[in-house]
Design a protein around this ligand. Sequence first.
Ligand SMILES: *Cc1c(COP(=O)(O)O)cnc(C)c1O
Length: 426
Amino acid sequence: MTWSRREGDWRDEDPELFAIIDRELERQNTTIQLIASENFTSPAVLAATGSVLTNKYSEGYPGKRYYGGNYVIDEVENLARERAKALFGAEHANVQPHAGANANLAVYLGLLEPGDTVLGMRLDQGGHLTHGSPVNASGRLYRFVSYGVTDSDERIDFDQVRDVARRERPKMIVAGATAYPRLIDPEPFRAIADEIGALFVFDAAHIAGLVAGGVHPDPVPHSDVVTLTTHKTLRGPRGGCILSTAGCAAAIDKAVFPGLQGGPLEHVIAAKAVAFREAGQPSFRDYAAQIVSNARALAGALAEEGFRLVSGGTDNHLILIDLRTFDAELTGKQAQETLDRAGITLNKNQIPNDPRSPFVCSGLRLGTAAVTTAGMKEQDMGAIASLMGRALGAGGGGGGGDARDLTAIREEVAVLCSKFTPYSDL
Ligand SMILES: *Cc1c(COP(=O)(O)O)cnc(C)c1O
């Protein structure tokens, strides 16, 4: 038997599944994507992800595989590694982590012993699940202590970082966040880590594309290890990557395989190579600058709509709204659901010192990476803010949203999206 490439074959074979994929394509093309961790990858990334590389088992690393027939695969992985190192100026790259969470766990596994103390950002102030959540392996295997943001300006409290570091003597300090709208300066973290003799790990999952595009300081020269995801601002396939000094390389590689994972996803690694090349192009610098410029425009327009922004604005691709001043009764959960009905996709999020539970939340998190890929500019951010203000104001307290108004808003959303269709000919 040979597999045919004829267009449409697979659709006829499995119309049930491919109809679902078509509906997701339609959703991505016709609603506004403001999830801060999402983006639209290029057709080249999609093609590599959907390639025959998915068939090959290649446990191990280039030149040291457990199975035969890896001479082509080795070229794929070497290309991805070399491109990652060149893009970020790193001494070593491991491109095998299946996701950002795996990258972080591999770093802990490689550089810590169970029970070791780690200092990371508080989860309810912007840190990630893998920075010590009690329900995550990180929090179950290691002793995490934390720092947060100041009450006054809602930026990282470096006095607290230093105090906790001196008191708890962590073996590792982790910087990086999943819901923090400001630049994270690696230098003060490095200084504190040096003072107490700790390793410094920077989790650049969200901002990797901003670093590659030159609009966020590069943490690599200041860090022992930098972890990242390839699918957020970097705009590649869903996956993770670890950059490190040459000194940490062997421990990291051993922790990823055989420590944590089995066979690497070489089709995804190929797509990572595509993304690293794309992120090295001059046009990607323009893209990164436009992401930040769009985020500033959206932040300004949201403030005009009456929304309070955590820290007063943004330096990166991300905005955190505190809904309480807009409508004291409106929860993040209700707002997310109402906006979903209006065709505006984002997520509820905790804000610093949130009085509500993580399932309800008082905030919303938005990002501009995807809409910027779709071609939107500053003036379109104004339109989005106004649509959001109308949708969430429509229902009065509780944000239920008048159904008629939401239908009208959804139509306006569709008109806006029709000018910025990420995948018009897929
Ligand atoms: C998204 C994210 C991760 C995890 O990435 P996944 O690919 O979802 O596993 C890790 N750290 C931070 C800071 C993140 O934002």
